[in-house]
Structure formats: C-alpha cells, structure tokens
Design a protein around this ligand. Structure first.
Ligand code: TRP
Length: 339
C-alpha cells in the first residue's frame, strides 16, 4: 500500500455546462475522469448554469438539465460527502468576484479568445456581453477556490491560461492573494468526437441524433448509432487521428471501456472488417455505461436527494468562496464595515 504522506492534497475545481441530456462525451471526456481524480485530490465539481445564459434557453428545460447534470456526476461515483458538488448560481460569490476580475482583464485579451471568436461567428445575431466576458466568470469560478488544478478539455485550455494571467496580475499588484492554477489536460478520452462527423466534438446540440450517444440511450440504440458511425474506406483498424479520425475515435472509446491500448486493439481487429469492430465498440460501450445509466435513472428519480446534495454543496462551497471575495474586496479597497 502507498504510504500516507502528510502533504496537503491538491485542490481541484472543474465545471460542466448543463446544455442538454448528458452524452457519452460528457461522461467519458469529463465526468469519468473527475471521478477518478477524487482518490487523491480535494475536489469541487460544479454545474456551470450561469455560463449557459450566453445562449437563449427554455427556462424549464435549463432547470431540468441542471438537475440531470448533477445526477450524472453522482451516478459516475463522485462522492458528495467527501467532495463538493454544487450549482454555480447557488454560490453568489462567483458573480461578485467576476465583476472585480473583469476590471483586471483587458478588452484585447477577451477579444483574442478563440471560443469567443468561434461562437460569435456562429451566432452573429446574439454576440452578447456575457459571451464576451464568459472567460472572466470562468476565472472567478477557479480563483475563488484557490484551485491548484483545473481538469478541462482542450477547448477550455485557453480560458485556464487567462485565469492564470488574471491571478498573476492581481497578485503582482496586491501581493499574494490568489492561487495561480494549472490546467490539467486529461489523457485518455479527453475528447470524444461526433460519430457522424469525427472531426467535430460529440455534442448533444448536433441536429443529427446519430452523431452522439446519450446517457439515456438503451443498448439497441447504442448499437444502431455505432453501426452508422462514419469511418473511412481503407478498412484497417489503425490509430491515426489525422488520417483516420472516425476509426481513431472509436478506438479511443473502445480503449476507455476495455482498458486495452491502441496496439492491442489494432492486433485484436487485424484482418477483420469495420462491421465487427463497430459492433464490438457498441457492446463494450453499452455494457460499460449500463451501471452508470441505471444509477443515473435511480438518482434522477429522487429529486429531493439531488436537491439536498446541491444545497449542502452550495453551503460548503460558499464558505470558501465568501472568504476569497472578502479578501479581494479588502485588497482592492472596498470599504468593509467594522462589526
Ligand atoms: N466553460 C466550461 C465549458 O464550457 C465550463 C466551466 C465553467 C468550467 N466554469 C469552469 C470549467 C471552471 C473549468 C473550470 O466546458
């Protein structure tokens, strides 16, 4: 057994937007890795509902999806007693810190964010202020807990970089105040691609329902979707993200659920057709997801339990977050009344 050390465990903060019914991509790419990190870190995991307001949502749907995403975190085995599971809007300190940090972030920096540029190109009719300042709120989410590590997908690393810059800048003006966090890029399966267009990320907002696997899909549906997955015409199961994005994505998924490495998978399917391969991926995925899906359904059916976890999580998160806001307010010179 590993020896117990007395070094304090590193603190992790991460967030996931409740943008739809959770997918295989959310589970494999993010939440499953979050669960794995619990063993040797202190973790705060947040459903980032405020971030979704940058696009228009149906209010009732957003509320439902927020609970669904929380249920997925719990179904994946994140322990809400040992760690903190909460909803961003339940901790008002995030938006308080966000205002202050926004005053230490340059227009030019925010203009250079690739996600902002992509999203504003995609939705030219709704380039709102929230879309622009989104990375400041995300910096506040991270810095408010003095997080050491921030596990994120590739598409968020630029935002974590910005959080580091903002923290460094604040500290250089006011003295050590905020922990400068490190990004933590997840190794395997950090990015699960669309089954229909494997050069794009798997997303539930894709109009093609065959492009994603939902946490609520049954085995038949999963098999059908994998059978239709786009591959290529050379017929070889070989890992090459550039030349064979579809096959490589399926191999990644297979690897996640079997623990086999790419060489072993290539050997296993050498000389066999894609039909066999796709079916095998579908089966390990369906079987691997089944226990999580069952937990997800069970937990989601118990709204009071989910809400109780979130209330407790918000209270514990707020204790840390409020302390940071008070400290930052004092440093920048906001008047605090003597009790
Ligand atoms: N912006 C992240 C995403 O869309 C979600 C998020 C919000 C987040 N706040 C965060 C991730 C803080 C990590 C840390 O994926």
């Amino acid at each position: 057994m590993a020896e117990q050390t007395s070094a304090p465990r590193k603190r992790i903060l991460s967030g996931i937007q409740p943008t739809g019914t959770p997918t295989l991509g959310n589970y494999v790419g993010a939440v499953r890795n979050w669960a794995a990190l619990q063993a040797d870190h202190d973790c705060l995991y947040m459903v980032a509902d405020l971030h979704t307001l940058t696009v228009r949502n149906e209010p009732a749907v957003l509320r439902r999806r927020t609970r669904e995403m929380a249920a997925l975190l719990l179904a994946a085995g994140i322990d809400p007693k040992e760690h903190v599971v909460f909803v961003q809007s339940h901790v008002p300190a995030h938006t308080q810190l966000s205002w202050v940090l926004g005053c230490y972030t340059q227009f030019g920096e925010l203009s250079r964010m690739t996600q902002f540029k992509d999203k504003s190109a995609k939705h030219p009719d709704n380039i709102n202020g929230g879309l622009f300042t989104y990375p400041v709120l995300m910096a506040a989410d991270i810095l408010i807990y003095n997080a050491d590590l921030v596990p994120v997908g590739q598409d968020q690393t630029q935002h974590v970089e910005l959080a580091r810059d903002i923290a460094g800048r604040f500290n250089s003006i006011y003295g050590p105040t905020l922990t400068v966090p490190e990004g933590y890029t997840l190794a395997l399966g950090a990015k699960i691609q669309s089954l229909a267009e494997p050069t794009k990320k798997m997303s539930k907002s894709d109009p093609n329902a065959n492009s994603f696997v939902l946490m609520t899909d049954d085995k038949d549906t999963i098999v059908r979707k994998f059978k239709r997955a786009v591959t290529d015409s050379d017929g070889q199961v070989r890992f090459d993200k550039e030349a064979k994005p579809g096959v490589s994505n399926l191999m990644t998924i297979y690897s996640v659920f079997t623990g086999k490495d790419m060489a072993a998978i290539e050997a296993e399917f050498a000389g066999r057709g894609y039909g066999d391969f796709k079916l095998a991926v579908a089966e390990v995925t369906a079987d691997g997801l089944a226990p999580i899906q069952a937990e997800y359904a069970r937990i989601l059916a118990d709204k009071r339990y989910v809400d109780g976890v979130l209330a407790d999580g918000a209270a514990r998160a707020a204790r840390i977050a409020d302390r940071t806001v008070r400290k930052v307010y004092r440093k920048v010179g906001l008047l605090q009344l003597e009790a």
